[in-house]
Design a binder for this molecule. Structure first.
Ligand SMILES: Nc1ncnc2c1ncn2[C@@H]1O[C@H](COP(=O)(O)OP(=O)(O)OP(=O)(O)O)[C@@H](O)[C@H]1O
Ligand SMILES: [Mg+2]
Length: 405
C-alpha cells in the first residue's frame, strides 16, 4: 500500500486555498464536483484504478458499512441531474462491526461479496465511511497560518486537540471553516482523524472482497453531502441532521451546507430492541422482529406497543436533546430551521413530532431522493419512503466523485 500520509499532505495543500465558509447559496442541482465536504476525508488515491482515470470515469459506488446492514448505492448523472441506478442492502450479523470498528473481518468480507454479487454492480471503486469511535471530528481554533504550518502544528500538538498521544499512527485531515468570530487573527478549523490501523482494516476488507477503496469519508459528512444535493437552503440556514443507526447515532449541524458541529454517540436503535427484549422476553432477534413488525395482536395492543417504542427511545432522544442544547449554548442562539431524521431509528412511530417538541424545532424524516431520480417502473413512492432513512448515508457516499476533493 502506498504511503497514505504522504497522500494526505498532498491533498491538504489544495484544501486550505479554498475556504468553505463562504460558498454561494445554491439553487437547483449543484454540480457533482462542488461538494462542500470535498476537503475533509481520509482519501485513498493509492487505490485508484488508473484505467478509470485515463478514460475519465470518476464514477464510484457508495458503500455504507453499518453494524446491522451493508448498503450499496450507485447514483449516475443523467440530463444534468442525478439518478439512482442501484440500491441493495444485506444484513450483517451482530458483532461484525462494533462501535464503528471491524471486529470480524472474514464475515464482513463474505457479506461484501454477497452484496456485490447480488447487486450485479460492475464498478469496483468504492466510497465508504467511518463513524463512531473509529473517527474523531473536532473543531479547534488556531492563529492565522498557512496550510502546511497548520498541518504540522496539528501533528506536533495533537494531544491538545485530539485524544491521541502521537499522531504517527493516525491519519488526519482538516478543513478551514473561516475566521474566528471573536478573534479575526484566528481560524476555526475542523480536524478529522482516524487511527491508521482502523483505516487499514476497512481498506483490507474492501480489497479482500475484490474491490478498491477510492475515498474514505465519514458518516456525518456523507449526510452533509446528501443534504447539500437534495435540499434548498440560504446562507444562514441551519439544519440538524440526526442519523439513528443500530448502534451509533450521528448528529451533524449544517449551516449553508457546511458542517459546523458534529457528534457521534454509541447508542442507537439496538437499545430499543434490548428494551423490548427485557420487557417481553425472547431472543434479540425476536425482539428485533417485534420492533419492526409490531406485536401480532389487535390494533389496541399495536398502538400501546408503538407508544412503548417511543418511550424505549427516550435515552437516544434525550442524548440528541443534550447535544442540540450544547450546540445552542456554545454557538450562540443561532436559528435552526429544521431537524432531519435519518437511519433506521427514523421509523420509530411518532419520533418526528416528539423530537420537534423536545427541541422546539420542526422535525421531519429525511428524504434523500428529493432531487435524485429513480426508476418509477421498479420503485413506488412507498418504496422510496421505506428505504430513504436507511439509505441516506449511502446516497451521500454515492454522490462523491474521484478527484472532487
Ligand atoms: N421499520 C422499522 N421500525 C423500527 N426500527 C427499524 C425499522 N427498520 C429498521 N429499524 C432499525 O434501524 C436500525 C438499523 O438502522 P441503520 O440501517 O440506519 O443502522 P446501521 O447503519 O446498520 O447501524 P450503525 O450506523 O449504527 O452502525 C436497526 O436497529 C433496526 O431495528
Ligand atoms: Mg449507519
Amino acid at each position: 500500500m502506498a504511503n497514505i500520509k504522504d497522500l494526505f499532505s498532498k491533498m491538504s495543500k489544495t484544501a486550505g486555498s479554498d475556504p468553505v465558509s463562504t460558498p454561494e447559496p445554491k439553487k437547483g442541482l449543484p454540480s457533482a464536483f462542488d461538494s462542500i465536504l470535498k476537503k475533509i476525508d481520509l482519501n485513498f488515491f493509492a487505490h485508484l484504478d488508473l484505467k478509470e482515470l485515463i478514460s475519465g470515469k470518476k464514477q464510484v459506488v457508495g458503500l455504507d458499512i453499518g453494524s446491522s446492514s451493508l448498503k450499496l448505492m450507485e447514483i449516475i448523472e443523467s440530463g444534468g441531474g442525478f439518478f439512482m441506478n442501484r440500491f441493495i442492502q444485506v444484513p450483517l450479523e451482530r458483532g461484525v462491526i462494533v462501535d464503528g470498528a471491524i471486529v470480524e473481518l472474514g464475515k464482513l468480507v463474505d457479506a461484501l461479496k454477497v452484496l456485490f454479487k447480488n447487486s450485479g454492480c460492475q464498478r469496483k471503486g468504492i466510497v465508504t465511511s467511518l463513524s463512531g469511535h473509529s473517527v474523531i471530528v473536532k473543531k479547534a481554533t488556531f492563529p492565522n497560518m498557512e496550510d502546511q504550518e497548520l498541518r504540522d502544528m496539528i501533528h506536533d500538538e495533537a494531544g491538545k486537540y485530539l485524544p491521541f498521544d502521537s499522531m504517527d499512527d493516525v491519519n488526519f485531515d482538516f478543513q478551514i471553516l473561516g475566521q474566528n468570530e471573536y478573534n479575526p487573527n484566528h481560524l476555526d478549523v475542523i480536524i478529522v482523524a482516524a487511527k491508521k490501523e482502523n483505516i487499514e482494516t476497512y481498506v483490507e476488507a474492501i480489497e479482500m472482497a475484490g474491490l478498491s477503496a477510492v475515498i474514505l469519508d465519514v458518516d456525518s459528512f456523507a449526510l452533509e453531502t446528501m443534504y447539500e444535493k437534495n435540499y434548498d437552503y440560504d446562507e444562514k440556514d441551519i439544519a440538524v441532521i440526526v442519523n439513528i443507526g443500530a448502534s451509533i447515532t450521528n448528529i451533524n449541524v449544517v449551516k449553508n451546507a457546511t458542517s459546523i458541529f458534529t457528534r457521534d454517540f454509541t447508542v442507537g436503535s439496538n437499545s430499543i430492541t434490548e428494551a423490548i427484549q427485557s420487557q417481553y422476553g425472547g431472543s434479540f432477534d425476536d425482539a428485533e422482529h417485534m420492533k419492526i413488525e409490531g406485536p401480532q395482536e389487535d390494533s389496541m395492543a399495536r398502538r400501546d406497543f408503538q407508544s412503548a417504542l417511543l418511550s424505549f427511545a427516550d435515552p437516544i432522544l434525550s442524548e440528541i436533546e443534550r447535544s442540540v442544547d450544547y450546540f445552542r449554548s456554545t454557538y450562540g442562539d443561532e436559528d435552526i430551521r429544521q431537524v432531519l431524521i435519518a437511519g433506521g431509528g427514523a421509523f420509530i412511530p411518532g419520533i418526528a413530532p416528539d423530537l420537534s417538541q423536545r427541541l422546539n424545532i420542526p422535525a421531519e424524516i429525511i428524504q434523500p431522493f428529493r432531487k435524485i431520480g429513480y426508476n418509477k417502473k421498479i420503485m413506488t413512492q412507498e418504496d422510496i419512503e421505506r428505504i430513504g432513512p436507511v439509505a441516506a448515508v449511502a446516497v451521500g457516499l454515492a454522490l462523491r466523485r474521484i478527484g472532487d476533493k
